[in-house]
Design a protein around this ligand. Structure first.
Ligand SMILES: NC(=O)c1ccc[n+]([C@@H]2O[C@H](COP(=O)([O-])OP(=O)(O)OC[C@H]3O[C@@H](n4cnc5c(N)ncnc54)[C@H](O)[C@@H]3O)[C@@H](O)[C@H]2O)c1
Length: 337
């Protein structure tokens, strides 16, 4: 099968490698010709140091490479998904499958990545999503990893599963695109908050509290928007939350640590030096949760810290002194068995 990966960041490159390993004919597209030249010459991506790219991998910065692709993987940072999909649209074969792997929610529109792609390419192509606990650094080193391929069309989810699945990359299928994409975008906001905790010197209890209650609010939003509650306990939900909130590979967590130590959000992003998706997602989630009237106290506090410079100590006090609650919403109204 012919596959094109749009976006040669760490994740696009790792996925292109996984597709090459499965014997597919793979082209990795970069939006800048200089990047294509570097990848071709060095056969290494500076974002994945020490990892040699397969000899079979091709490189291009010409969108015409999409014209004969059966599978197109959309892997730019979330802010560039619309622009990239619009560029690809005229070249896409109507029977191609487009897989979105970027994690975020579009500012102002509140759209998920697959919705942006659908808007940009119109009716042609099936659009699926691939997500889960998967650091590019580990997938590119072929360390055992699991993800979820989501599409309302089972045949499309299975097509994506077949394309990527190998002895080190295990892919499950799911019909719940909404849940998978929302969980993916929101966990980056939570990773920032866990990093802030680390930076402030809080320890395991605090992070477990934060992650668990954050997942409760993510699921609340997800279910309200049509997601399946079970997805939030799965690989794309709790799985991805755990990996992002506990690993130093996570730029969101690293940015959070710097903020917890006293840097401003801008300073922290500059120091991390790569896309910190949680920063953008925090604003989009704030807009979305207000719009659909879902209470998200943790995400709201991260937003206040990042965008209005609220002091992290004040945020912690505010969260810890909220009104008393039962852990499970409406649990006391369940019939007694
Ligand atoms: N890194 C991971 O482990 C990982 C895992 C799963 C999902 N993701 C998601 O994948 C997406 C990409 O992340 P990444 O880690 O590969 O990013 P990255 O920071 O490694 O690279 C971003 C790439 O985007 C390119 N880019 C910048 N502006 C662009 C534009 N206007 N058009 C097209 N490309 C542009 C840059 O050249 C750069 O190569 C993000 O949404 C991220 O959340 C990443």
């Amino acid at each position: 099968m012919k596959a094109v990966v749009l976006g040669s960041g760490a994740w696009g490159t790792a996925l292109a490698m996984a597709l090459c390993d499965n014997g597919h004919d793979v082209t990795l597209w970069s939006h800048r010709p200089e990047t294509t030249a570097i990848l071709e010459q060095r056969r290494e991506n500076p974002k994945l140091e020490g990892v040699r790219l397969p000899d079979t991998m091709k490189f291009s910065s010409d969108m015409a490479c999409v014209a004969d692709a059966d599978l197109v993987v959309s892997a730019p940072p979330s802010f560039a998904v619309r622009e990239t999909a619009e560029k690809a649209a005229p070249w896409l074969r109507p029977d191609a499958v487009v897989v979105s792997v970027s994690k975020g929610i579009e500012r102002d529109t509140g759209l998920r990545m697959s919705q942006i792609i659908r808007e940009s390419i119109g009716d042609k192509c099936k659009v699926a999503v691939l997500s889960g606990p998967s650091h590019a650094e580990e997938v590119s080193r072929r360390l055992p990893t699991g993800c979820v391929a989501a599409s309302p069309d089972e045949a499309v989810a299975c097509f994506v599963q077949d394309a990527f699945m190998s002895d080190y990359f295990r892919i499950y299928t799911s019909p719940d695109v909404v849940g998978v994409e929302l969980a993916a975008a929101l966990k980056n906001v939570v990773a920032l908050s866990c990093g802030i905790c680390d930076g402030m010197g809080y320890q395991d209890n605090t992070k477990a509290l934060l992650m668990t209650r954050a997942m409760a609010e993510i699921a609340r939003l997800g279910v309200k928007l049509g997601g399946d509650r079970q997805t939030f306990g799965g690989l794309a939900g709790m799985g991805d939350l755990i990996v992002t909130c506990t690993s130093m590979h996570s730029r969101n967590r690293r940015a959070g640590i710097l903020i917890g130590q006293g840097r401003t959000a801008r300073e922290a992003m500059g120091e991390v030096g790569a896309v910190v998706e949680g920063y953008y997602a925090a604003e989009s989630v704030e807009q979305l949760s207000r719009k659909v009237e879902v209470e998200m106290p943790i995400c709201h506090c991260v937003y206040e810290t990042l965008y209005h410079g609220k002091q992290v100590q004040d945020v912690v006090r505010e969260l810890m002194t909220r009104a008393r609650k039962g852990e499970i919403e409406n649990a006391w109204s369940y019939p007694v068995k």
